[in-house]
Design a protein around this ligand. Structure first.
Ligand SMILES: Nc1ncnc2c1ncn2[C@@H]1O[C@H](COP(=O)(O)OP(=O)(O)O)[C@@H](O)[C@H]1O
Ligand SMILES: [Mg+2]
Length: 197
């Protein structure tokens, strides 16, 4: 059975990308088949797993096209990660355009879910590195994955961000009548009081 997880906190710098890459690597080393999506226009995951500038330049446009068309074969965008034994759908700066491009299309929040359907059973885990906002691309990730892992720094800004994120999840659950489970919060940069200098 496959499990899809959105790695999400709309606060930037909370550790989404490194946690997604490390989780994918750890699961792959357990012998599991893993697909990772870079859905952040900054493309940090794409460059972080070792893709060169050419892939970085090309790939974002293609995933945007598939999302706005609402059909097409995702397999054409899947590449083996250069750094480890998992697959990646790379992203790039074009991802910033996806929110705008999706704005006027029908059923815009469920495009990723539909694209994933034919390939989901080929993977044990699908991980989506989300952008640092709660736009349509993020709604797509939440509805496609139905599980959310929230990396968070232990401070007030992140507490506020999580409150807003939980509201958004509840809104989507009500609107689309589907459960979306927060499977955990990963504390990032936490230093126990006893170790603080
Ligand atoms: N578990 C961790 N503990 C401490 N620092 C971390 C941890 N995971 C990631 N970081 C650091 O946190 C920073 C934030 O990561 P970043 O990729 O900017 O997050 P995001 O993808 O949420 O924007 C990076 O400098 C990264 O090295
Ligand atoms: Mg990131």
């Amino acid at each position: 059975m496959s499990t899809a997880v959105a790695i999400l906190n709309q606060k930037g710098g909370s550790g989404k990308t490194p946690i997604t890459i490390n989780l994918a690597g750890a699961l792959a080393r357990l012998g599991l088949k893993v697909l990772v999506f870079d859905r952040d226009g900054q493309g940090d995951l794409t460059t972080g797993v070792g893709f060169d500038d050419e892939i970085f330049a090309d790939s974002g446009a293609s995933i945007c096209t598939l999302l706005t068309q609402g059909e097409g074969d995702l397999r054409q965008l899947i590449c083996p990660a250069p750094c480890d034994a998992f697959d990646v759908v790379p992203g790039n700066i074009q991802m910033y355009l996806a929110d705008k491009a999706l704005f006027t299309v029908h059923n815009r929040e469920r495009r990723l879910e539909r694209l994933l359907e034919p390939i989901i059973s080929e993977y044990d885990y699908i991980l989506v590195d989300c952008p640092p906002n709660l736009g349509t691309v993020t709604d797509n990730a939440l509805l496609a994955c139905r599980h959310v892992l929230v990396p968070a720094r232990m401070n007030k800004k992140n507490t506020r961000a999580i409150t807003i994120l939980l509201d958004q999840i509840e809104t989507l659950e009500d609107a689309f009548r589907v459960p979306i489970d927060v499977i955990g919060v990963v504390p990032v940069g936490y230093v126990p009081a006893a170790d603080q200098k």
